[in-house]
Ligand binder design. Structure first.
Ligand SMILES: [Zn+2]
Length: 490
């Protein structure tokens, strides 16, 4: 009975002798069942995260993390994630998961060593790309499927999309909502291929907020009533008081969120909230901020309007998502307070527009119109700006993830745009503090940084459109020192 109880909690590595002694102790006590339950839970907790011990005989436990051996890139010109110019011809030695050495003079390796040598022939080596606003679970899956399909089917689609994301050169994504904890784990363990994921877990939303995907017939819900499909999946969490927000935020942290995502105002894809609406109260948002900050991390809030942005900032939020409808004083406020602005180049895209409902199309036109002004203000006040795509429910647009980055030259030089998608975004990832799932420097090519690297056939600083066609132009894709694509091989 003891073993069954333990297995139910998810892990069973307690030695029988230990159980025997606990059993004797318990027998001596009254209220034994209560105590036993408490002990079972407490003891099993110690082994959570090691549930591969329960795997069927014959299947090898996955490695704790995947990193490569050693790789030497010879004769490459480096875009380091920060500089506006390429380096002189250089050599870069990667060992394990990090960059060990960068040198303009030759790096010699023993001919008998297992160092993989790559002749760069003057090509460009740059950091892997980072998408600061991505939805691994729902970028490429149509919205009606998300509310109706079998969850396992949806997770399989997300698995395929994760590999496609990595193959587009995006070695890291900050996931701003969706059930991706399992996906992240499987990627990190090397069971499947995909980018590093900074997960938020469920998007926390008020009733009728941007994350309330319920059908009208599911309302009203009594307190404690049944969860909807999107809540059960872990895509969204609906909360309507500071206490409920606190619980939902802590639940995401418990599941492994590296930051918390709240819906602070109206959105385009949701049907039941005006784009002008302000969502949650300052007290509700602040409850999530307290929960996140106690865990060393931060809250990111979806907000388009000055009112929604200002409320989030007042509540202690560290990153504003979108903000296309901002005004000048609010942009200035973000700069003064050092708040991150995670902005997306959302402009008219005929294919994306055609797939929207009339309600979403009206809202999208407002947001598209604001994009120009938003980037202008972000530049004018030098706000810390992150690059992200926020592609949703659209396989075609997901395949054009790199084209979103190339579009940034409407407002920035190629070097500025690429810096945003590498070194700057890397800095934003580190805002997750002591719960950062990938501690180490991301988005830069420098000694000691994590080895997420792209070998590009041409210079993206001269022609940023190279990132639009990763199949052709990214010859090598490396993440954590492991080569996932190499078309240079004979
Ligand atoms: Zn989003």
């Amino acid at each position: 009975m003891n073993r069954t109880a333990c297995a139910i909690t998810g892990a069973c590595c307690i030695r029988i002798s230990l159980w025997t002694s606990i059993g004797r102790a318990v027998k001596r006590m009254r209220h034994s069942s209560l105590l036993l339950a408490a002990l079972s839970a407490g003891l099993c907790q110690a082994s959570l995260g090691q549930d591969y011990i329960l795997e069927a005989p014959g299947s090898a436990p996955p490695a704790a993390s995947v990193s490569g051996g050693a790789t030497l890139f010879q004769n490459v010109r480096i875009f380091d994630g920060k500089s506006a110019t390429l380096s002189a011809p250089s050599n870069v030695l990667v060992r394990g998961s990090t960059i060990e050495r960068i040198s303009a003079s030759p790096i010699t390796v023993d001919a008998n060593s297992d160092v993989r040598v790559i002749a760069g022939n003057g090509r460009v080596l740059m950091p892997g790309l980072i998408d600061a606003h991505w939805h691994s679970f729902m970028a490429a899956t149509a919205m009606p499927l998300l509310t109706t399909a079998n969850p396992s089917y949806l997770h399989i689609l997300a698995t395929r999309q994760a590999e496609a994301t990595l193959m587009r050169g995006f070695t890291t994504v900050r996931d701003l909502g969706g059930p991706v904890f399992g996906l992240k784990r499987a990627i990190d363990e090397g069971a499947i291929k995909g980018p590093r994921i900074y997960p938020s877990g469920a998007m926390i939303s008020q009733t009728s907020g941007h994350g309330d995907f319920r059908f009208p017939f599911e309302l009203p819900r009594a307190t404690g009533g049944p969860l909807s499909q999107s809540e059960t999946l872990g895509a969204a969490a609906i909360a309507d008081s500071p206490d409920e927000v606190r619980v939902r935020a802590r639940e995401q942290l418990r599941l492994g969120a590296s930051q918390i995502k709240l819906m602070g105002g109206g959105g385009v894809s949701s049907q039941y909230n005006p784009i002008e609406s302000t969502q949650f109260t300052e007290a509700e948002i602040h409850a999530a901020v307290e929960a996140a900050e106690n865990w060393g991390t931060y809250v990111a809030v979806h907000a388009y309007t000055p009112r929604a942005i200002r409320q989030a900032v007042a509540a202690g939020v560290k990153c504003i998502e979108h903000g296309q409808l901002i005004d000048e004083p609010t942009a200035k406020l973000l700069a003064e307070k050092g708040i991150w602005w995670s902005l997306q180049p959302l402009t008219y895209d005929a294919e994306v527009f055609a797939r929207m409902t009339p309600v979403s199309q009206r809202k999208a036109m407002e947001v598209f119109a604001g994009t120009e002004n938003a980037y202008k203000l972000a530049k004018k006040y030098n706000v810390k700006t992150a690059f992200g795509t926020d592609i949703l429910f659209n396989a075609g647009a997901s395949a054009r993830q790199g084209a979103y980055l190339a579009q940034m030259v409407r407002w920035y030089t190629p070097a500025e745009a690429l810096k945003m998608a590498t070194a700057d975004n890397g800095e934003l990832m580190a805002l997750s503090g002591f719960i950062n799932p990938y501690p180490g420097k991301l988005g830069v090519v420098e000694v000691g940084a994590l080895a997420d690297l792209l070998l590009v056939d041409g210079s993206p600083l001269e022609n940023i459109r190279l990132v639009e066609d990763p199949d052709k132009n990214f010859l090598i894709i490396m993440k954590n020192g492991v080569i996932y694509k190499n078309t240079l091989r004979p």
